[in-house]
Each structure stands twice: as C-alpha cells, then as structure tokens.
Design a protein around this ligand. Structure first.
Ligand code: ADP
Length: 416
C-alpha cells in the first residue's frame, strides 16, 4: 500500500513507520521503510528520569551507520521522544517528514478485548488504561509513549500492537486457572500470555522455512530472551502459551522464576516475613538464572560451566529441564508437531541450550545435527538432521518489523 501525500507540486509516498516500544525508564524506537521493509534508523533512550540518561541513535539509511550518543539528564518520556525526534530530524527523517505514514506502539497488555492491532483513539486509550491493574509495570509506560507521540504529531495515525493479541485464540480450558470462577472473573484473572508479536512472526516464518502455509503446520515456539516463553501454535493459531496473568509464569528466565508452587508466596510471607512487594521483587528480579547462579547472561553461564563452576552448571540444567518439560507438554497438546523453533537472544545464539533441550527426545522424533546447530547465521535455518520426523529450527525474531507490518497494513485498510 502506498499513501500518496501532496507536497507542493510533487507527491511523496508515505511509506515510513516509526515503531515505539516504551518501557518504564526507556524508549526503544525504529524507523522502517515499508516499501522494502528496510530499517532507516534504530535508537534507544535509557535511564529516563536520571542524571545519566543515555540516547544511542544509529542511522542506517546511508552508507555510514555510525551511532551517535548523548549522555545527560532526560527528564521524562516526552523529553525522550523529543530527543529521538531531533536525532531523526538530523538525518532528514523527523516526525514532520511527509514520508511518515504512522506510528506503531508496542502495548504489552490488550486483555481480551484487543485481539488485533487497532488505530488508537480516545476510547482505545481508555481501555488500555482500564487494563493497568493487570499490567501495572507495563501499560502505564506504553500509555505515556502514546500520549507523547500524539502530542508531537496529533494528525498522524497511531496504532497499538498488543503483546497479548496472538494468544487470545487460546481455548478457554487453556486460558483459565482452576480457581473460583467468580473471583477470577471479578479481577480478570486468567492466562493472557505475552511475547505474542514474536510468537506470531516466528511461527509464520517457520512455516515458510518448511515450505508450507501457517495453516498447514503445528509448531512449538521457544522465545528465549531475558524474558522467555513457549507457545503451541496449531494451524497458525495459538492454542497454549507459558506466560499467564503476568510474564512471570512458565519457563526459567534471566531474572524471573517461571513456574513455582503458588504456596511459596504464602510461605515467604508467613514464615520468612517478607512483604508482598519484596516477594514481587524476589520472583521477578532476583530469581531465574540470576537467582540460581548470580548471572543471567547465557554466555557468561557457559563460560563458568567450562571452568567447572557447579552453580552455573545447575542453573543451566534447571533452565533446560524446564524447557524440555514444556516441549513434551506442548507436543501432547498439539498431538502432531511439525517443528520446534528457537528464537530470541538465547534461542538464536546458544547452541548448547538448543542441543541440551532436544537431547533425549528422539522418541518424539526430535534430534539436532551438531554441525548445523554450531553454524552461526542470522537467517532462519533448520538444525535437525535430514531424516528427522520433526524439524528443529532457529528463526530470528523481529518484533519491530512485525509491529511495523501490522501498523502499515491497518492504516492501509483505513485508507482504502
Ligand atoms: P530481551 O529482548 O528479553 O531483553 P534478548 O532476546 O535480547 O532479550 O536476549 C538477551 C539474552 O540473550 C541475554 O541475556 C543472553 O543471555 C542471551 N544471549 C545474547 N547473545 C548470546 C550469545 N551469543 N550466546 C548465548 N546467549 C546469548
């Protein structure tokens, strides 16, 4: 789709989409040209509100992709976005550019209402606000990002792309916790799932890699970043995912525990005398790999294992054991599996994690070829041997591209 915009006597195609990912103290942004899906610039503002805020901007359109850095106080999200806009303007790609067609926002929680991306209006923004109680850490920052972008370009379509949307197809029996129904419904307690944009993109790319349509394949996606989640995708629709009401449930993560007996929290309160906030911090920030061995970077953990460090080795084994349990469980949920797909920082880069997670699963038709697994590449690729019944693949995720594609498609529809 191309939306022509008159500029003087000539016409400029509005093909650019700015993707914004606003966190509590950071804003990540990317400007993409949707005519060829190329990146024109990427940037990050971090430590917003501190004295040592940092902006790193990398223009990618020209031949020299030299990053520019600014260090100094950036008071709030509005200042952060303005600073990012200045950097873009210095490359001739400011927010006033006639080529800019829309801004796509990553919004973490869309509840049950938002099953698709939406053009943001007052009513949509109110609904995102209504979801703050179930996403207190994420939605407020997303809302600030949206309001700031709206203030800077009130005339421009702004689109919300939700992390939860892909998982809204989960059947009720997978989404509900087995707790009192009235209590659950009164407080909107259910399993929502997150990383949906990545699971959607990667499961589609995996089908492409297999030379099939998404409708024809069943895949298990393992998104292993600092946060980590698994999903079971049947014929292009998510039927199960490992994160729940919040991104705390499921796999062992960099700093989050993933699955634990919920009674651990009562125990910590009653016996260890911890407050609710302290338990929250313990499970979200001081658990997972960092809690187990003091490191959450898989490279560092592997280095320590090579030096004979037993705590690092145990942390690795716990991480992999949980992964294996989910691969087994989701194989049972799907009945037939065509591919197990690894993605995100750990999934794309850690051959030892992939090897260990698949080891011993030959009865499931799963195996990894050592050479293919060890080969480094940024492209989607198979790492299973030719004869394997189930494909094992590595598919780099690209959440920003997916947000831009969905944003551009939506405003295209709105224009037609
Ligand atoms: P997020 O988006 O959740 O912050 P990423 O998907 O960028 O995370 O993943 C970050 C993690 O990926 C790091 O904490 C590290 O454990 C892992 N990682 C990155 N590069 C490598 C590598 N070359 N080998 C092993 N692990 C890696």
């Amino acid at each position: 789709m191309t939306t022509p915009i008159a500029e003087g006597s000539s016409t400029v195609a509005a093909n650019h989409v700015l993707v914004l990912n606003s966190g509590s103290s950071s804003v990540k942004y990317q400007l993409l040209d949707m005519s060829d899906r190329s990146r024109l610039a990427v940037g990050l503002v971090e430590r917003i509100g501190e004295e040592t805020s940092r902006l790193v901007h990398t223009p990618l359109a020209g031949s020299d992709a030299e990053s520019r850095e600014r260090i100094g106080p950036i008071a709030d999200h509005e200042a952060a976005l303005k600073a990012a806009a200045e950097e873009l303007a210095a490359d001739g790609l400011g927010l006033d550019s006639p080529a800019l067609a829309a801004i796509g926002h990553r919004v973490v929680h869309g509840g049950l209402r938002f099953t698709e991306p939406v053009v943001i209006d007052d009513e949509v923004l109110k609904e995102i606000e209504r979801l703050v109680p179930v996403a207190p850490l994420h939605n407020p920052a997303n809302i600030v990002g949206i309001r700031t972008a709206q203030a800077l370009r009130p005339d421009l379509p702004q689109v919300a792309v939700f992390d939860t949307a892909f998982h809204t197809t989960m059947p009720e029996y997978a989404a509900r916790y087995a707790i009192d129904v009235e209590t659950a419904d009164a407080h909107r307690i259910r399993r929502y799932g997150f990383h949906g944009t990545s699971h959607a993109y990667v499961s589609r790319k995996a089908a492409e890699l297999l030379g099939r349509t998404p409708e024809e394949v069943n895949v298990i996606v393992l998104h292993l970043g600092n946060g980590a989640s698994a999903s079971a995708v049947a014929g292009g629709r998510c039927v199960e995912t490992s994160m729940g009401l919040t991104p705390l449930e499921g796999l062992v993560m960099g700093t989050r525990s993933g699955d634990i007996d919920p009674a651990v929290t009562f125990h910590l309160k009653r016996v260890a005398g911890m407050s609710t906030d302290e338990i929250d911090v313990l499970l979200n920030k001081k658990s997972g790999l960092v809690g187990l061995c003091g490191d959450n970077d898989m490279r560092e953990i592997r280095r320590r294992i090579d030096e004979g460090d037993e705590r690092a080795a145990l942390a690795f084994d716990i991480y992999v054991h949980r992964l294996k349990k989910y691969i087994g469980a989701y194989s049972a949920v799907l009945g037939r599996v065509d591919a197990v797909v690894f993605t995100a920082g750990v999934g794309e880069n850690s051959a030892p994690v992939r090897e260990a997670a698949i080891a011993g699963l030959e009865e499931f038709g799963l195996a990894v070829d050592a050479d293919l697994n060890a080969a480094r590449s940024g492209a989607p690729r198979l790492i299973s041997p030719d004869h394997a019944r189930v494909a094992v693949a590595v598919v780099p995720t690209d959440e920003e591209l997916e947000i831009a594609v969905q944003t551009f498609a939506l405003i295209g529809q709105a224009h037609n």
